[in-house]
Design a binder for this molecule. Structure first.
Ligand SMILES: [Fe+2]
Ligand SMILES: [Fe+2]
Length: 167
């Protein structure tokens, strides 16, 4: 026989896990969309000035894919299903390639938007998992550190362009 307080606790734990799974699933979708868009942007960028950004994006593809892989692993540990391509719910409007335009600054702005969104999302996941799911929290902290490093790198490209424009 279970007491009312045990039932309450179990319900709360179930609701907590549902929230964590939801946030992990959303993180997985975001990473997969990022992989697709960084790969496309790195291939689409033309010109000398864009080469370094293209190279940075190409190397980030591997890191973002690794994030997706680690999130998928955690989802399975929580008995949740890893989504397929039809449920990716894309949102990265600013990273869509623009025919006839290979504006590297525009790409960097789009990347920064994606990195900001990732940073905000992992912070939310860390807060939500606090005191409840340490393994997920640990994973989110380690991915957050990498997203912050990406953000820093692309901010430095933007600063260079701003300085270049004012010269
Ligand atoms: Fe990522
Ligand atoms: Fe990133």
């Amino acid at each position: 026989m279970t007491t009312a307080s045990e039932q309450r606790e179990r319900r709360a734990a179930k609701a907590g896990t549902d929230t964590i799974v939801e946030l992990l699933t959303r993180a997985y979708r975001m990473e997969m969309e990022t992989v697709a868009n960084y790969l496309a942007a790195s291939a689409n960028l033309d010109g000398i000035r864009a080469q370094e950004v293209a190279r940075a994006l190409a190397s980030d593809v591997g890191e973002e894919l690794d994030h997706a892989r680690r999130l998928a692993e955690r989802l399975r540990q929580l008995d949740a299903l890893v989504p397929g391509s039809l449920s990716l719910e894309p949102t990265q409007v600013s990273l869509q390639p623009d025919p006839g335009r290979t504006d590297v600054e525009q790409v960097v702005h789009g990347v920064l938007e994606a990195e900001e969104a990732a940073v905000a999302h992992y912070r939310e996941l860390i807060a939500e998992a606090d005191g409840f799911d340490w393994v997920t929290q640990d994973l989110a902290i380690s991915i957050l550190a990498e997203e912050e490093a990406h953000r820093r790198l692309f901010r430095s490209y933007l600063r260079e362009y701003d300085e270049g424009d004012s010269r």
